[in-house]
Design a binder for this molecule. Structure first.
Ligand code: MTE
Ligand code: MO
Length: 380
């Protein structure tokens, strides 16, 4: 069993698949902490977790003028300054279960918690590439940076993905070769000993157990870059889909969801107010500037209070990599028996979320970011 050496996991995780391991924290605890504790950070593995010996670990870098470079873990830690960022990771399939209700899609049936927020520390990919000989001449031909994991399927094929070279080389891109998560060594499930953290970009490109980097003219040839993690029209089905016709998902669209109260729970009429909480985040470093909340299905709206970080700092422009948690107390409408709580977020490009799932439905169930709706009863 290739899964016999898997690490132990927190019992609170809600398991979507055991082999490979895919799990999300209960929605009710997701927004309890601005920084998600690593043990309950959502876990998305396509393959068995590889066992990597930090002593023999090598990161190979290909496509630079000097030929292949091989970097040890201690070189990565000692040769390059350690940078720390707070960044939210979201799986492209977060909230897929809501798409599944409209019409069946293919993929893990994620709820609203295939998203989490952590601090990541490591070497800057930009600084590493420059150190090992990246020059402007290389960029004349190279357009992508490919990443390969040390996790492999039965045929020996590794997990792989790529990002645009510009993102990797930009001083404001903040792409890290991370060896720490929340101030500790990366846990096995999150890519020990090194993973790439590409803030603002879909989870799938944040390759764990990073074994190889290739500076290339082409995108990664991997299944996950070419034939998965792409968006399509609601009219496209499995008979007509042409994966070549759509770009690979990189930056994710604006997202928000309600973590409290829970669907089907109830509030007391005597309480007069209902406290509503959730998260909001946008891709590409765009900052969430507002979250609107309704308790009557979207007829009337209230503006929630945003918590931008545990330290109350504002992110640098274009580098809002971390989610915002939000909260609001809304008066109970007179006589209502049931509340339909709705949230939608707005980012600093004034992108907002679509109101319903139907028009964004796609066969793979990705990019599910319609208004989140939760129904609760009002008890007399
Ligand atoms: N990297 C490798 N090597 N193997 C994987 O299966 N899964 C990707 C990405 N990186 C994956 C990977 C996907 S789809 C997501 S959403 C994120 O890792 C999840 O990261 P996490 O498990 O740390 O939450
Ligand atoms: Mo993912």
């Amino acid at each position: 069993d290739p899964y016999s050496g898997e690490p132990s996991r927190h019992p609170a995780l809600q398991i979507n698949s055991l082999k490979p391991f895919n799990a999300e924290p209960p929605a009710s605890v997701l927004a309890d902490n601005y920084i998600t504790p690593s043990a309950i950070f959502f876990k998305r593995n396509h393959l068995p977790v590889p066992k990597v010996d930090p002593e023999t670990y090598r990161l190979e870098i290909e496509g630079l003028p000097g030929g292949v470079v091989s970097v040890t873990l201690s070189e990565l830690k000692s040769r390059f300054p350690k940078h720390t960022i707070t960044a939210t990771l979201q799986c492209a399939g977060n909230r897929r279960s809501e798409m599944n209700k409209v019409k069946q899609v293919k993929g893990l049936n994620w709820g609203i918690a295939a998203i989490s927020n952590a601090t990541w520390s490591g070497a800057s990919l930009r600084e590493v590439l420059l150190h090992y000989g990246f020059t402007p001449e290389v960029a004349i031909n190279a357009k992508h940076i490919q990443f390969e994991g040390l996790d492999k399927d039965v045929t020996g094929t590794a997990y792989g993905a790529s990002i645009n070279l510009n993102k990797a080389l930009s001083e404001e891109g903040d792409v890290l070769l991370a060896y720490e998560m929340n101030g500790e060594d990366l846990p096995p499930d999150h890519g020990y000993p090194v993973r790439v953290v590409v803030p603002g970009v879909v989870g799938a490109r944040n390759v764990k157990w990073l074994g190889r980097i290739v500076v290339s003219h082409e995108e990664s040839k991997s299944h996950w870059q070419q034939n998965d993690y792409k968006g399509f029209s609601p009219g496209t089905d499995w008979d007509t889909v042409d994966f070549k016709s759509a770009p690979a998902i990189q930056e994710l669209p604006i997202q928000s969801a309600i973590t409290h109260p829970a669907e089907g729970s109830s509030v007391e009429r005597g309480d007069e107010e209902v406290t509503i909480k959730g998260y909001a985040w946008s891709g590409g470093g765009r900052e969430v500037v507002r979250v609107d909340v309704s308790v009557d299905g979207g007829n009337t709206w209230h503006v929630a209070k945003l918590h931008s970080s545990d330290l109350g700092r504002n992110p640098a422009p274009g580098r809002a990599w971390a989610w915002k948690l939000w909260e609001i107390d809304v008066p109970l409408p007179d006589g209502a028996q049931e509340l339909e709580i709705v949230c939608k977020a707005v980012d600093n490009s004034y992108n907002t979320q679509p109101d319903t799932v139907g028009p964004i439905w796609n066969l793979r169930g990705v990019l599910s970011n319609a208004w989140h709706r939760v129904k609760v009863k009002v008890k007399d």
